[in-house]
Write a protein that binds this ligand. Structure first.
Ligand SMILES: Cc1cc2nc3c(=O)[nH]c(=O)nc-3n(C[C@H](O)[C@H](O)[C@H](O)COP(=O)(O)OP(=O)(O)OC[C@H]3O[C@@H](n4cnc5c(N)ncnc54)[C@H](O)[C@@H]3O)c2cc1C
Length: 606
C-alpha cells in the first residue's frame, strides 16, 4: 500500500517545487548518448549562450526558482535547442518510435505468459482507451488474465509541479477505476515508486511477478515520459517482455501532419485545416476503442491479493485544507461517468451557442471538461466524435458554427502536443524561439505575489486569479488576460506564471499550459508574426460587460455599479473600493505597454 502523500506548501500556498518536464536530469532514467556531443561539451560557448553566460539572465531565473539544477543540468542550452530544431539531434519522440520498431523486430521469442499487463498513466478510463482495448484483446486471445497497474511517483509529481488539486483528482479517479475494473474481475494494483528512476525496474518486477510477457500503455509525449519509456522498453526487452505503446491521447498522432514542404506546422490555422482533412479521410482516427472484456473468474483465485488495493490520499496541509478540499471535490466530482454526462449535457445545451458565448466568463458557457481530459477520464476522440454526431450532416464542417468551433478548440490540445513532440526543448524551460531567452524579465516578488493572490488592482485580473485559487480552474479568456498581464504589464518572467498555473490548476497539462503561456507571452508558436498586448480594461469591458464575473470573485467590488467595476480608481468608485480594502492598480497600463515593447525590442536586439 502506498503511504499517504504529503505536500509541502510554501507561505503563499504554492508547493515549493519546480516547473514542468525536465531534460535529462540526474534522475532522468535514460542516458543521453546521442545528445552528449552537443549538450555536455566541456567548453561551453559562454559568449553566445545566455544559459551559460556568467551572471546571465538565465541564472537570474534560476535564483527565482524557475530552473532548479537537480532537474535541469547545464546541458539545457540554446545550442541544444537549436540542434533539436535543425534535426541535428534526434528528438526523444522519434527515438522512442524507432526503438520500439527495432525491439519489435528483435522479438522472435514471443511467449504467451501467464497474464497481460495494462499500465495506466494519464488515461484513467475504461471507455475508448486504446492500450486497454489492445491489452484486453490479447489477454482474451491468450486466455490469460488482464492485470492493471498504476505507479504513484511522488518525484514525478514534484518535478512536474502537479497541483494538490490534480493529485487528489487522480486519486479519486483511481478509486472509481479500481471499482469499475473489479466488476470485470480485473485487478488494479497501485505501487508507490519513491524515486522516478526506479519506474522501469518496477514495471519489470511486476511483469515478472505476474508472469507477464506483454505490457501495454498509451504514449505520453513529454520529454521525461518519452525517456522513461525508452528505458522501460529496454529494461523489459532484456527480460523478454514486450512493451507496446498506443497513440491515444491525441485525435491525430504527433508527426502525422506535415506542411507542403514536409515540415511540422508552427501556425495553428493551416495546421487545423490539415488536421480536419486528415480526420475526414482517416475514419479510424475517430474509431472508439472497446471496453475491456471480463477476466475469467479464476483471476480472483490467482491474483486475489491484487484486488481491493488501498487508494493513496493527500494529507491535509496548508493550502490543501479540509474546506478547500471539500469545495474542490464538490465542484469536480471524479470519474468517467461524470465526464460523459458533462459532455452530453454540454453538447445538448451549450454547444450550438459556443462560438458566440465561449469568451464570456461569467456564465458556464464552455464544457468544463479540461480536468477530465487532463487525467484521461475522457478522450479527445470521444469529444470530437460525440460533437460531430450532433451535426446533422455528420461531417466535420457542416455549418454548425458552435460545433465546428468547439472541435477546433479541442484540436488545440493536439496542436500543442504535436509542437512539444517536434520541438522538445519547450519542455526544457526554453521559449519556442531561443532568441526570446535574451529578454530581461522582472522578478519583482511583490508584484508576483499580488498577481498570484488577485490583488493587482485590475479587477478582471484579480477575479480570474481568485477563480483559479478557489476552484482550481480558470476560464480560457481570463487565462489569456492574466498571462498577458503578468508578462506585458508586470514584465515578469512568463515561466513564473506558467509554474504557478501548474501548481494550482486541476487541469494542469504541460503541453496546453506551456502552449498557452508561450502564446500569451508571444514567445511560443503561432503568435510569432505579431506581438500583442492585451489592454486589461478593454478586455474586461468587452467580455465581462456588466461586471458579473468580477462581482462574483471580488466581493470588495460587489456594490459598485456601472463602468466603475472595471476600473474603480479611475472611474469614480474610489471611495467604495478604498473602504472595502481593494488595492490601487499596481501599474499604469499605458506606461507598462511602452516598457514591454522596449523590453521585447531590446531583448531581441531590434
Ligand atoms: C495561459 C494558458 C494556460 C492554459 N493552461 C491549460 C492547462 O494547463 N490545461 C488545459 O487543459 N488547458 C489549458 N489552457 C487552455 C484552455 O484555457 C483550457 O483548456 C480551457 O479553458 C478549459 O475549459 P473547458 O474545458 O471549458 O474548455 P472548452 O472551451 O469547452 O474546450 C474543450 C476542450 O478543448 C481543449 N482546449 C480548449 N482551448 C484550448 C487551448 N487554448 N489550448 C489547449 N486546449 C484547449 C481543452 O481540453 C478543453 O477542455 C490554457 C490556456 C492559456 C491561455
Amino acid at each position: 500500500m502506498p503511504p499517504k502523500r504529503k505536500q509541502s506548501t510554501a507561505a503563499n500556498g504554492t508547493r515549493s517545487t519546480k516547473r514542468a518536464r525536465s531534460d535529462g536530469s540526474p534522475e532522468s532514467p535514460t542516458p543521453e548518448p546521442s545528445d552528449s556531443a552537443v549538450s555536455q561539451s566541456p567548453t561551453p560557448d559562454t559568449e553566445t549562450d545566455p544559459i551559460r553566460r556568467p551572471h546571465s539572465l538565465a541564472q537570474v531565473a534560476e535564483e527565482h526558482g524557475i530552473v532548479l539544477r537537480q532537474y535541469y543540468p547545464p546541458e539545457m542550452s540554446n545550442q541544444r535547442a537549436a540542434a533539436y530544431k535543425s534535426g541535428e539531434l534526434a528528438r526523444p519522440f522519434d527515438r522512442l518510435k524507432s526503438l520500439l520498431a527495432e525491439r519489435a523486430r528483435q522479438q522472435s521469442w514471443f511467449q504467451n505468459g501467464k497474464s497481460v499487463v495494462m499500465w495506466f498513466r494519464t488515461d484513467l478510463r475504461m471507455q475508448d482507451n486504446r492500450a486497454l482495448d489492445q491489452a484486453s484483446r490479447l489477454a482474451h486471445h491468450l486466455n490469460v488474465p488482464l492485470v492493471a497497474c498504476y505507479l504513484v511517483s511522488p518525484q514525478d509529481f514534484e518535478a512536474h509541479v502537479t497541483s494538490p488539486t490534480r493529485i487528489d483528482f487522480i486519486y479519486r479517479h483511481l478509486e472509481l477505476l479500481r471499482d469499475d475494473l473489479d466488476k470485470l474481475d480485473i485487478p488494479l494494483h497501485i505501487v508507490d515508486v519513491p524515486g522516478r528512476a526506479e519506474v522501469p525496474d518496477t514495471v519489470r518486477d511486476l511483469a515478472s511477478r505476474w508472469g507477464a510477457r506483454h505490457v501495454f500503455a498509451n504514449y505520453e509525449y513529454e520529454v521525461d515520459e518519452l525517456r522513461r519509456d525508452m528505458k522501460t522498453l529496454d529494461t523489459l526487452h532484456d527480460s523478454k517482455v514486450a512493451f507496446r505503446l498506443a497513440h491515444d491521447t491525441c485525435v491525430v498522432e504527433p508527426g502525422a501532419l506535415k506542411t507542403g514542404t514536409g515540415n511540422q506546422y508552427a501556425v495553428y490555422t493551416p495546421w487545423f485545416r490539415t488536421w480536419g482533412r486528415y480526420v475526414s479521410s482517416n475514419p479510424s482516427s475517430l474509431k472508439l476503442a472497446e471496453r475491456p472484456k471480463k477476466n475469467h473468474s479464476s483471476a480472483r483465485e490467482n491474483h486475489g491479493d491484487l484486488f481491493g488495493c488501498t487508494i493513496p490520499e493527500l494529507e491535509v496541509g496548508d493550502k490543501w485544507n479540509k474546506d478547500y478540499r471539500d469545495r474542490i471535490r464538490m465542484i469536480w466530482p471524479a470519474g468517467e461517468g461524470e465526464a460523459s454526462s458533462r459532455l452530453s449535457k454540454f453538447c445538448d445545451q451549450k454547444i450550438s451557442d459556443y462560438a458566440e458565448n465561449r469568451n464570456l466568463p461569467s456564465e458556464p458557457n464552455t464544457s468544463s471538461l479540461s480536468p477530465y481530459l487532463a487525467v484521461g477520464s475522457l478522450s479527445s476522440r470521444t469529444c470530437v466524435k460525440y460533437a460531430q454526431d450532433h451535426n446533422t450532416s455528420k461531417k466535420m464542417n457542416s455549418g454548425s458554427t458552435g460545433i465546428d468551433t468547439w472541435i477546433s478548440e479541442v484540436a488545440w490540445r493536439d496542436f500543442y502536443r504535436h509542437v512539444m513532440a517536434h520541438w522538445p526543448y519547450v519542455c526544457m524551460n526554453k521559449p519556442f524561439k531561443p532568441e526570446y531567452s535574451n529578454i530581461q524579465w522582472s522578478y519583482d516578488r511583490e508584484h508576483f505575489r499580488a498577481w498570484c493572490e488577485g490583488r493587482t488592482g485590475f479587477p478582471i485580473v484579480d477575479a480570474a486569479m481568485r477563480q483559479m485559487n478557489q476552484t482550481g480552474w480558470m476560464h480560457n479568456r481570463c487565462r489569456m488576460i492574466v498571462a498577458s498581464f503578468l508578462c506585458k504589464d508586470l514584465l515578469l518572467d512568463w515561466r513564473m506564471g506558467e509554474k504557478y498555473f501548474m501548481e494550482n490548476l486541476i487541469d494542469g497539462d504541460f503541453a496546453s499550459n506551456n502552449g498557452g503561456w508561450g502564446f500569451s507571452a508571444s514567445v511560443g508558436v503561432d503568435p510569432q508574426p505579431y506581438f500583442r498586448i492585451f489592454n486589461p480594461l478593454l478586455q474586461s469591458e468587452r467580455f465581462d460587460t456588466d461586471g458579473a464575473y468580477i462581482r462574483n470573485w471580488v466581493p470588495e467590488l460587489k456594490n459598485i455599479k456601472g463602468k466603475g467595476i472595471h476600473d474603480p480608481y479611475g472611474r469614480g468608485a474610489e471611495v467604495e473600493a478604498k473602504r472595502r480594502g481593494y488595492p490601487k492598480p499596481l501599474v499604469v497600463h499605458k506606461n507598462s505597454r511602452d516598457r514591454a515593447l522596449n523590453m521585447y525590442k531590446s531583448g531581441l536586439g531590434k
